[in-house]
Ligand binder design. Sequence first.
Ligand SMILES: [Zn+2]
Length: 152
Amino acid sequence: MNQATPSTTAPPAKPLPIPSELAQPFWDALRRNELHLQRCDSCGFFNHPPRICCPQCHGHALTWTKVEPRGTVYSYTIVHRPPVPAFKADVPYAAALVEIVGTNAKLLSNLIAPLDQLRIGMPVEVVFDPVNSNISLFRFRPQAADLTTESR
Ligand SMILES: [Zn+2]
């Protein structure tokens, strides 16, 4: 067995998204600290991830629409085992499926909150995290008014 020893001076880099042409407007909006979702012109359904046609009515007129960067926790889990070694220092952390306010869309990302305070229905807002000049990530955190006094 080849025993090549990896460098231990720095943790491995975290993988970054490689936006498809279809999803590029979503990532462009994040770089402007905005949340945009693809909406069907015919029936109003929000597509996420973006598609070439509406899954509800099969309409092809889809418009990128700015939405409010907040929502409520639909579901969540606490990750104890890092999916790749780059996330080893982050565990345990919360990953949440958030229903974006005023839409039917649910987005998945990290939920930055005390793990013992997570709950379904928790109001959250998007945090924009510029990683480099091409990619900004989005995460969620509790809306300020929802934090208990003990956690401040
Ligand atoms: Zn539609």
